[in-house]
Ligand binder design. Structure first.
Ligand SMILES: [Zn+2]
Length: 280
């Protein structure tokens, strides 16, 4: 379902000239808050963007639904090689919501510059889905730009202990974020990948951003389990399913988005890890 929808989006985009690939449109980027941009609303994304755009060697963005972009930044980790990390940019009519920073301040600056230049929106809000550096690594750049940072209280506590700057808004177990016409529900379902992992639900396009508590369809293990809670992970997954049934697209913390099969895949690798606690 999700991939079919994505296919339609990309098929529709294939017919359009790829005028934004590799740089601004002829005549320059849309002026911020121009009437055309505002009137176009979220339709702007489907019409104007298609396929992945590489912003830096370690950073790409691509549309996954009208007005919703996946940002993926890559780092080489010792012993693991290059690992891509996912976040979202969600466009409102005039501003944008960032779900997780890119992996570090420089990549986050490049991402935010791209959003302003190519969509005409300035990011005003950021939600961090847990305190690991693939989620929060660009928080200093976000704060430097005056972006409001929202964190679950467990994330704020852990991030502070790790030396990250504090958020602007802290929530107890859930939050409803509003940026223009966009709504995003943030929910702490219980410990899984980390004690503080939250998921983000976009009710309009029915996108579930599972962050690192959801594994990709081709994952063969639970990923980094340094802070994981294997004994509660499955119950936390069930809480997510109950709260946000029928997602069109599920976005994992690492790897390709898909549909609800990613939740089943995650349950499977968690069960394998529970029964083989010594496995990586
Ligand atoms: Zn993590």
């Amino acid at each position: 379902m999700a991939l079919a929808a994505l296919g339609l989006l990309q098929a529709a985009c294939t017919a359009a000239p790829s005028r934004l690939r590799g740089g601004p449109a002829p005549g320059g980027a849309p002026p911020t808050n121009s009437p055309d941009v505002v009137a176009a609303g979220n339709g702007l994304a489907a019409e104007k963007f298609h396929g992945a755009v590489r912003l830096r060697a370690d950073l790409t963005v691509r549309p996954i639904a009208p007005g919703v972009f996946l940002h993926e930044s890559t780092r080489a980790l010792p012993g693991l090689g290059p690992i891509g990390s996912n976040g979202l940019v969600v466009l409102g009519s005039r501003h944008a919501l960032l779900v997780d920073t890119a992996w570090g301040d420089e990549a986050t600056a490049a991402l935010l510059d791209w959003v302003e230049r190519e969509t005409g929106r300035r990011a005003t809000d950021l939600v961090v889905t847990h305190s690991h550096d693939d989620r929060i690594g660009g928080i200093r750049e976000a704060r430097r730009r005056g972006i409001r940072v929202h964190e679950f209280e467990g994330t704020a506590r852990r991030a502070s202990a790790d030396g990250w700057p504090p958020p602007d808004e802290v929530f107890a177990s859930e939050a409803l974020l509003a940026v223009d016409d966009v709504r995003a529900e943030v929910f702490f379902p219980g410990a899984a990948h980390s004690p503080d992992n939250v998921v983000v639900w976009l009710p309009g396009p029915r996108i579930l951003f599972g962050s690192c508590m959801i594994r990709s369809g081709d994952a063969t293990d639970v990923g980094n389990r340094a802070d994981a809670s294997l004994s509660t992970w499955e119950a936390s997954l069930a809480a997510v399913e109950a709260r946000f049934p029928g997602p069109t697209t599920v976005v994992p913390g690492h790897g390709s988005p898909g549909g609800i099969e990613l939740i089943a895949r995650t349950r499977q690798v968690v069960r394998e890890a529970v029964s083989n606690p010594r496995m990586p």
